[in-house]
Write a protein that binds this ligand. Structure first.
Ligand code: FES
Length: 222
């Protein structure tokens, strides 16, 4: 059974933990006096991480008070950036990149395998609150397409099968390895290097020849 209105429970009053209060103060200290609003994204991120990955109205108002901003201004930021969520999300937020490079390399198949495995559609959360599935635009790892972001980690060079296995492991509470799922380092070519396969030749040796000086004006030096 799938649900579309999963709620982790009322957030109640919100306040930063002691550790997050220190982090918030440090973030604000990076800006000149009177410009504390510049720390709004950093503080929303702290609040979201403290509240299971989403921002209830109480957290938005708390950040607004903290930064002496109108709550609507903070809500505008929270609702504009796709990294913030104003509804509860699952423990694992699965973001499938669907922009052109990932699309050409099979992103649609990844979304289908998530739907099949989790039994939910886009924008939905599993009944047990474990997974939320969404599609997003380019996440900047195009050369390792297709890829998904789960939580803070990127999983690249995926196939429907390897993504299904990944979801199984997450469901079972196992540790999973982020990065390329075919073992390539960073964005190196699949298989082997195709460029810079030889050590480049050295710079020509210094011959000791004098470097010509400026040409003297006509008439001089004749
Ligand atoms: S298109 Fe998917 S990471 Fe850029």
């Amino acid at each position: 059974m799938r649900v579309t209105s999963y709620r982790a429970g009322a957030a109640g009053d919100f306040a930063f933990t002691e550790d997050n209060a220190k982090r918030a103060a440090a973030a604000v200290s990076h800006y000149p006096e009177g410009r504390q609003a510049s720390a709004v994204i950093a503080l929303l991120d702290l609040a979201q991480r403290q509240n299971d990955g989403w921002l209830p109205p109480e957290a938005i108002e708390y950040v607004a008070n903290y930064l002496e901003m109108a709550p609507i201004r903070v809500y505008e930021v929270a609702s504009f950036y796709s990294m913030f969520y104003t509804q509860p999300i699952g423990k694992h937020l699965v973001q499938v990149c669907r922009t052109t490079p990932c699309w050409l390399r099979g992103a649609a198949g990844l979304t289908d395998s998530c739907r099949d495995k989790l039994g939910i559609g886009l924008g939905e959360t599993t009944e047990d609150g474990q997974f939320t599935l969404i599609e997003v635009e380019c996440l900047g790892a195009c050369s390792n397409a297709p890829m998904v972001q789960i939580g803070d980690d990127y999983f690249e060079d995926l196939t429907p099968e390897s993504l299904t296995a990944l979801l199984d492991d997450l469901k079972a509470g196992k540790k999973v390895a982020a990065g390329s799922q075919i073992g390539r380092q960073s964005s190196m070519p699949e298989g082997a290097a195709t460029t810079l396969t030889e050590v480049p030749p050295r710079e020509p040796a210094n011959t000791g020849r004098a470097i010509p000086g400026p040409v003297p004006p006509s008439g001089e030096g004749a």
